[in-house]
Design a protein around this ligand. Structure first.
Ligand code: FAD
Length: 449
């Protein structure tokens, strides 16, 4: 039987997962990428930001430690951190290129544009070429969104790309947008000595996250000197000789050397020729069904471009699930199992239901908590800020979700991802033996209450 031909557009986490799974299933795979393999995640998103954040976190831990002498003389080199970032990103990109070559995925450089539902044209450095396919996966990601007054200032303000390569740490910074991306940069620069102000439109930072967790995070930031202004938008922004003057919706004025705008992203649809392929767009995103199929059944859309979840691991899971569907291999994408992680200090992570989402579904809720102040391991680490909260259905004990704020939250959350995937009850989870002393044993402690 001739093998299926699959074209994947976009080499970010969604496209990478789709291409790898298609190759593993014996398809002839072409991956079209107009910029760098690895997409936003590897080149300008998850990885470079986490390299910088881990530098800041180490600095924070050293300064917070009561048992080290001479720490006041330690300083963090922004230049060295930048070198480390470039080296890690470069190495990961080379590994990805090698892995795709091993899997015989043909990488074609250029911009893809559909001609119809069976073929597209790639225009790149080597001219134009036509590719036909049995199925295609659109994984073209997203682009940053700038509301007024920043829409006219996009080449002057900082966005999440530009801030990664700032030549030096600014003295003062206004971060517009208190979501995950804005808060990670706010936390990093605050630690590096910048005077940081966060401006968030909604009533809480990390909108959508558990309110009590967002409150604890805000308190932690404010204790360290960060200014957090909620229920405000920026009305005007003017360039001044020493930086920026901003007026807020509440009438306050702010001055800062730099302004970073992180208020969200929009699916990247431009130039794809979706109409020619018969792909429906709804509300600015490619509409998909539960199998990630677009309105044109042989075309799939995964990752940021379908707007379901702007997370790298969601994109990867969708890419693998879409290709599984092409081959009738199963392996569906379950949005309820996508963990959400924030790499600030303290870290924040959650999976499954929050209190507000469970209550909106009319579920009878039980919340059990453990505070890291009671953890021997957290005390030894001098990192006791935060808590684990576990949500279950009162009557059945069915696990519904969990939220963690505190040390290693982004690792610990996977205990709950596994438990949710396995449809465990809180009794099942309480029966797990956790090593002592660990942060993870807080899960058992929470359930003992
Ligand atoms: P992308 O990674 O955006 O890849 C799309 C690719 O398609 C790009 O390489 C692009 O060049 C290519 N492309 C687009 N159009 C065409 C075309 N017509 N022809 C050819 N190629 C095309 N997520 C997390 O889960 N964890 C994190 O810690 C995290 N940190 C982040 C930090 C920052 C600063 C930012 C901005 C984002 C972060 N994200 C994080 C989000 C994450 O990066 C994205 O959700 C993820 O990259 C989306 O993957 P994707 O495959 O959908 O698209």
């Amino acid at each position: 039987m001739p093998s299926k031909s699959i074209v994947v557009i976009g080499g970010g986490p969604g496209g990478e997962a789709a291409a790898k799974r298609a190759a593993a299933l014996g398809a002839e795979v072409v991956l079209v990428e107009r910029a760098n393999l690895g997409g936003l995640c590897l080149n300008w998103g998850c990885i470079p930001s986490k390299v910088l954040l881990e530098g800041g976190r180490l600095f924070h831990r050293l300064r917070a430690s009561s048992s080290l002498d001479g720490v006041s003389s330690v300083s963090l080199s922004w230049e060295k951190l930048q070198e480390k970032k470039r080296s890690i990103v470069g190495n990961l990109r080379s590994s990805l290129e090698q892995r795709l070559a091993q899997l015989k995925v043909r990488v074609v450089r250029g911009d893809a544009r559909f001609q119809n539902e069976r073929s597209l044209v790639v225009t790149g450095p080597e001219g134009s070429r036509e590719l036909s396919f049995d199925a295609a996966v659109i994984a073209t990601g997203s682009r940053p969104f700038f509301p007024p007054p920043f829409d006219r200032l996009t080449d002057q303000i900082l966005d999440s790309d530009r801030v990664l390569s700032l030549p030096r740490v600014p003295q003062s910074l206004v971060v517009v947008g208190g979501g995950a991306v804005g808060l990670e940069f706010a936390c990093l620069f605050q630690e590096l000595g910048t005077r940081v102000t966060v401006v968030e439109k909604m009533a809480q930072i990390l909108p959508g996250e558990e309110a009590s967790v967002a409150r604890l995070l805000r308190q932690s930031f404010e204790k360290r000197g960060m200014a957090v202004l909620t229920e405000r938008t920026v009305a005007t922004a003017e360039k001044a000789p020493d930086g920026w003057r901003l007026t807020l919706s509440g009438g306050e004025t702010l001055s800062a050397e730099q302004v970073l705008v992180c208020v969200g992203r929009r699916p990247g649809l431009e130039g794809l020729g979706l109409e020619a392929a018969g792909v429906a767009v709804e509300g600015g995103r490619i509409a998909v069904n539960e199998f990630l199929q677009t309105s044109q059944p042989r075309l799939y859309a995964v990752g940021d471009v379908n707007g379901l979840s702007l997370l790298a691991h969601a994109a990867g899971a969708q890419g693998a699930a879409a290709v599984g569907h092409v081959f009738g291999e199963g392996g569906s994408y379950d949005p309820a199992l996508v963990p959400r992680c924030l790499y600030t200090w303290p870290e924040v992570a959650s999976v499954g239901e929050w209190s507000h989402s469970a209550q909106a579904k009319g579920l009878d809720l039980k919340a059990q908590r453990f505070f890291f102040q009671g953890s021997a391991k957290a005390l030894a680490d001098e990192d006791t800020e935060g808590l684990i909260q576990i949500l279950s259905e009162k009557k059945t004990g069915r696990l519904l979700g969990a939220q963690i704020i505190g040390p290693h939250a982004t690792e610990l959350i996977h205990i709950f991802s596994v438990a949710l995937k396995a449809s465990m009850t809180v009794k099942d989870l309480h029966g797990v033996i956790f090593a002592h002393p660990t942060l993870a044993e807080g899960v058992r402690e929470a359930l003992a209450r």
